[in-house]
Design a protein around this ligand. Sequence first.
Ligand code: UDP
Ligand code: MG
Length: 318
Amino acid sequence: MSSCKLAIVIPCYNEEESLPVCLKAVWNQINSLIDNNKISDDSFIFLIDDGSTDKTWELMEKAHELSGGKVKAIKFTRNFGNQNAIFAGLKAMKHFNVDAAITIDADLQQDETKIEEFVEKYKEGYDIVAGVRENNDEYTFCKKITSELFYKLINWLGVKIKPNHSEFRLISSRALNMIDMYRENNLFLRGLFYELGLKTAYVNYEIKEREFGKSKFSISKLIKLASTGIVSYSTKPLRIIFFLGLIVAIISFLMWVVTIFVEVILNHDIRAIEPFEIWESFISGVQILSIGIIGEYIGQILIEVKDRPRFLIDKKLF
Ligand code: UDP
Ligand code: MG
């Protein structure tokens, strides 16, 4: 018998349509890995109900029963967001003594047949194996552009995360112990796993269209995640506004010199010169932007200082 005990961790928010299909597909993968002696037969599925308002939890209860406990689950008191749901699932792994856990979305947009490859990489000695999507055909034009910009920006800011990878990844028990030490509330898992500095492998996969239900990520949730990602892992934006301020101050000084020259020496009314007005509205823009950037950092400090629980568990099935 193989010694690798594997858990598949799946965050679910109103996934009553996807969940049955997902469980079947993932279960098939687990069974064939067990049959081929790649993982041990006490491997299991761990579900997190992130405050669903549909029948998701009822389905989880049924799956738990029918599987004889091989499908385990927790239910949050309310929606805490995808990052917290995944984190809760990974934290729960300490009860089960697993060798590795794989997180995957409930909509099976990520290719679950790659799980075998993930396990092989783990056995080669990688602590993290991350799935990288090699196509984005199912993305809208807007999502393609914003996703690309986000990865460019965050890399430029010094957080060298691999573009186009999502929450489809394997995490070894060693890495699971390490993430337990992170106390932050504003979670950005892609940044966190990069931070660990562990040996990471990448596996390409083709992203599929979501077959059942709708995307649970609204634009506002995506913006919040992107902002958390940047603010949590880089203070460079603060330095950028410092230098922006410096440049603006220098240019303002030069314009002051020009003003004196034009008004006193040439005796012209400077207000009649348009560039000066454009410059003023530009400065207003820079100021509001800068306050906004500082505000993002202050907001995150506030949330961290409060140190509220990242999630609250209502029910457990394990
Ligand atoms: N999800 C969650 N909580 C949320 C939003 C999403 O647990 O508040 C789960 C969702 O059920 C799915 C995964 O996170 O399993 C990815 O969400 P989704 O497929 O909607 O995102 P997209 O693929 O559109 O980025
Ligand atoms: Mg999806």
